[in-house]
Design a protein around this ligand. Sequence first.
Ligand code: ATP
Length: 312
Amino acid sequence: MKPMHNVFPFTAIVGQETMKLGLLLNLINPRLGGVLIRGEKGTAKSTAVRALADLMPGLNVVNLPVSATEDRVVGTLDIEHAIRQGEKRFEPGLLAAAHGHILYVDEINLLDDAIVDALLDAAAMGVNTVEREGVSHSHPAQFILIGTMNPEEGELRPQLLDRFALSVEVSGEKDVPSRMEVIRRRLAFESDPEPFRQRYGQDQMLLQERIVQAKELLRQIEPTEEMLEWTANIGIRLEVDGHRADITLMKTAMALAAYQGRTRVLPEDMTEAAMLVLPHRMRKRPFEDQIGGVEELRQQLGNLLTEGAHVT
Ligand SMILES: Nc1ncnc2c1ncn2[C@@H]1O[C@H](COP(=O)(O)OP(=O)(O)OP(=O)(O)O)[C@@H](O)[C@H]1O
């Protein structure tokens, strides 16, 4: 089990607002479909993941190392035992351990494709099925999938990118005061974790309450015809492939509304959601463009929504 006193508080992380939002939305709706965090080394990615689990009692992080074999991930069926004894014997893997928790895959872009496929399937279905020579075993595997990667070390296949609900870009702080604050907080935490954690105790409690309340509000949100039309039009106008993006966009906007304490989804929720859902799915990905790509997307979405987003 995690040593609580060792965890850097979520609310003490300096900046990185988009990453934090992407993580929190998955806490509000654990069936959202996970988040892919892309960016350079040392930008609080793993710190944020551990801190996320620390926010909610009983939530743990299960690490999936790049070196893990497929058997270790999905579990193993003992076929010889099944033949000899006529009964199934299943050795659970990491997907079973992650049920009800967070599955954290650092450097997901370096993971074997077959394993990535298996874990994205399980994440989507909420069930892990292992088949060997006509014998199969299934068990629940509902987890929040969080993948991190440094794009300089290789990309994920587009088919796999599309299976992550959200994607966020992280980079180091560029201004001196923020960088100073990162150092200050880290040193204070390392020199004496407990008082540091206490200093953020109130903020942590407020955030935890906000998440609990958002979960409750989310249950009350129904997608209206207008919201469905916005979403469908965004999908068409921005030329995303298939329907997965539309569905995720709707779910994300609903989680965002709940996080803002509302049961009504507003156009700004759609824009905000689109910034997390679409960049990694568009045929021409904004983050591959020069400066302005993501901002252009934001502007395009703003125009779409104010126009009423009608496609002629
Ligand atoms: N925005 C931030 N706020 C607070 N601490 C930060 C921030 N960014 C980095 N740090 C600190 O920098 C160190 C590195 O962060 P971390 O280990 O989370 O990086 P990472 O993004 O997971 O990198 P890697 O890909 O190398 O594992 C940690 O000590 C962390 O506390």
